[in-house]
Design a protein around this ligand. Structure first.
Ligand SMILES: *Cc1c(COP(=O)(O)O)cnc(C)c1O
Length: 391
């Protein structure tokens, strides 16, 4: 049996053909494929606007800029996420605060956020960055209400959740990243994510001012749009109106993204099948805890985007090593961000967020990707059961 990773891209013949066509076209970058990808992605997610960029981290950085993060800003996120969710605030000189997770879901606990907000003077905080961790959608309706009460912005890190949704209090399906509750949302097209372009990212929003600012900042703060220019002496003329970056994604990659996007819904169905088989295999084992609260399952698991399938076991390192010996390469998501040496250097300490740290001691992300075969998955399950029996 071939080695089994925890995540893997699914590149089809049509994907390859799409890239070849772009290579043979007039545009390798800044051509028509960027806008086409943005429009189709916005349609998939249900947002008004989408802005494609070089990667998810650049997307986070641009969002922090348009939200006005600066040295005075205090922003809250979860310790159980990829470091970039927090780093974007640091890029702009702001201060990151963490609040602990709900151990049943692994998501940022809104009650812990509330307690943190109450512990400081009004207007101390400027925003919250919730993460749809593992593909489980955050209840952004609840976060919006909290954000409104404290005059905060919301930036949804939806890297794990394209195609995911939660059902709001009116019974409406709210797609991750649709901009109904969060001011901005971001996605990544790293090969382990749902849609792969190699490197790539997307920002979605319903806010036209943010959208215009993002377009400008993505390309050096430079515009050639006649409607925006202060003067227009000739066809060569452009203006740098703000300090921006080169965060442009090339047409080579967005053509791959367009083709990948056309498979996204079918791939998501595949992820659900895989999750159901894992659920079935583990549900009666007292030494395996599924990171899916029963409460959530009763309500709805249809909206879960299953970027990751995470279990918690007593001897995580033992299981990780055992599976490795059998060519099954699981992963740990995540080492709590506040325990990273960089963040410890800013004053955070191990012990600050006990629930996140306890979760980290036991969590393991199992193979989860659309091309994982039923036979391969059964092999993974068998090896886990073998190990669990022996302990
Ligand atoms: C992957 C990821 C990012 C960063 O995306 P890149 O495209 O790798 O820069 C940010 N946040 C989360 C939660 C992620 O999983």
């Amino acid at each position: 049996m071939r080695p089994i990773p925890y995540g893997r891209q699914n590149i089809t013949e049509a994907d390859i053909q799409a890239v070849v066509e772009t290579l043979q076209s007039d545009f390798l970058t800044q051509g028509p494929k960027v806008e086409e990808f943005e429009q189709k992605f916005a349609q998939y997610i249900g947002s008004k606007y989408a802005v494609a960029v070089t990667n998810g981290t650049a997307a986070l950085h641009l969002c922090a800029l348009v939200l006005g993060v600066n040295e005075q800003s205090n922003v809250i996120t979860t310790p159980i996420t990829f470091a970039a969710s927090a780093n974007c605030v640091r890029y702009c000189g702001g201060t990151i605060w963490f609040a602990d997770i709900d151990p049943a879901t692994g998501l940022l606990d809104i009650d812990k956020v509330k307690a943190l907000l109450e512990s400081k003077p009004k207007n101390f905080f400027s925003g919250i960055i919730p993460v749809d961790f593992a593909g489980m959608p955050v209840n952004l309706e609840a976060f919006r209400a909290l954000a409104n009460a404290y005059n905060l912005w919301l930036l949804e890190d939806a890297c794990h959740a394209p195609g995911g949704y939660f059902v709001d209090s009116k019974g409406v399906k709210q797609n991750c990243g649709n901009g109904d509750f969060a001011d901005l949302a971001i996605f990544s097209f790293h090969p382990v994510k749902h849609i792969a372009t190699g490197e790539g990212g997307m920002i979605t929003t319903n806010n036209q001012d943010f959208y215009k600012k993002l377009l400008l900042l993505r390309t050096h703060g430079i515009t050639k749009n006649p409607e925006l220019l202060h003067q227009n002496p000739g066809g060569w003329y452009y203006e740098m109106q703000d300090l921006g970056y080169n965060y442009r994604i090339p047409d080579i990659l967005t053509s791959l993204g367009i083709s990948q996007l056309s498979n996204a819904a079918a791939d998501l169905v595949q992820r659900h099948h895989i999750a159901q088989r894992y659920d079935q295999a583990f549900k009666n084992l007292k030494n395996v805890t599924i990171l899916n609260p029963e409460a959530y399952q009763e309500k709805n698991t249809d909206g879960h985007a299953y970027h990751l399938y995470i279990i918690q076991v007593p001897d995580r390192k033992g299981l990780y090593d055992y599976l490795r010996q059998h060519q099954i390469f699981t992963q740990v998501h995540y080492i709590p961000v506040h325990t990273m040496p960089y963040y410890q250097g800013l004053g955070w300490q191990t012990g600050d967020f006990p629930l996140a740290e306890k979760y980290y001691e036991h969590c393991l992300s199992l193979p989860m990707y659309p091309t994982l075969t039923a036979q391969e998955q059964q092999h993974v399950i068998d090896k886990i059961l073998e190990f669990i029996d022996r302990t």
